[in-house]
Write a protein that binds this ligand. Structure first.
Ligand code: ZN
Length: 234
């Protein structure tokens, strides 16, 4: 396969989806950097997972290691000022009526991509890669394909530089995401994802299941478990 000479920036949280995106980007682009956002949303465990995933990818996949560039971590603590937790009285409830954690910030992916584009501009990176998906998360309007296509146009115009947004998982379900990483990196990548990525909304990392660590009950764990089982059964 021909490698795309463009340089890419992956929105990388340390979760299963963004790790799949990182593996996808390392397969397709000549140079890949990662960016993460620290806004206290899912405990520090996720930020630790980012570093473990990056170093495990570096150690186990030498052909990817030579393309894996710098990591950028932005402090977006100010997002805490506009989360449900800060603006409502319902602090004890972990999930709201839509099944979203109460640290959810409306439209946050628009903010993330805009910050990422500013970093990408400075670094000479032309492609932004994110793990947004309409299939499993149709409740998130800022994850939708049309939203991100509109944002791609807005960013390219606003920076007067071509800025492509790629979302390889947009039309996949969780079983297909497991299948994608198996295809990209085989058993070694599946093991890495089970062991090092984090998905659980509650930040639970003491219970180890076949599909990885998590409480096993929150919506994120539920999706991950069902996807894993359905991929194994396929
Ligand atoms: Zn969970």
């Amino acid at each position: 396969m021909t490698i795309d000479p463009r340089r890419a920036l992956v929105l990388f949280s340390g979760g299963q989806d963004s790790t799949a995106c990182l593996a996808w980007a390392l397969t397709h682009f000549a140079h890949v950097e990662t960016i993460g956002f620290d806004y206290g949303q899912r405990h520090l465990v996720e930020l630790e997972c980012r570093l473990h995933v990056r170093s495990a990818l570096h150690a186990r996949f030498p052909h990817w290691a030579e393309r894996l560039g710098d990591d950028h971590l932005l402090d977006l603590a100010l997002l805490g000022q506009i989360s449900d937790t800060a603006l409502t009285d319902v602090r004890a409830i972990e999930m709201n009526a839509q099944g979203l954690p109460n640290t959810f910030v409306p439209g946050r992916n628009l903010l993330f991509f805009t910050f990422a584009a500013a970093v990408a501009y400075r670094r000479g990176l032309k492609v932004l890669v994110g793990g947004m998906c309409e299939t499993d998360f149709s409740g998130y309007p800022d994850c939708r394909d049309n939203t991100l296509k509109a944002l791609q146009v807005a960013l390219s115009l606003g920076m007067d530089a071509p800025m492509a947004i790629e979302t390889p998982l947009m039309w996949m379900d969780k079983a297909q995401t497991w299948a994608l990483t198996d295809q990209l990196g085989g058993k070694a990548l599946t093991e890495l994802i089970v062991e090092h990525t984090h998905t659980c909304y509650l930040g639970e990392r003491t219970q180890r299941h076949a599909w990885g660590f998590g409480c096993g009950l929150c919506p994120a764990c539920d999706l991950r478990r069902k996807g894993y089982r359905s991929w194994l059964a396929s």
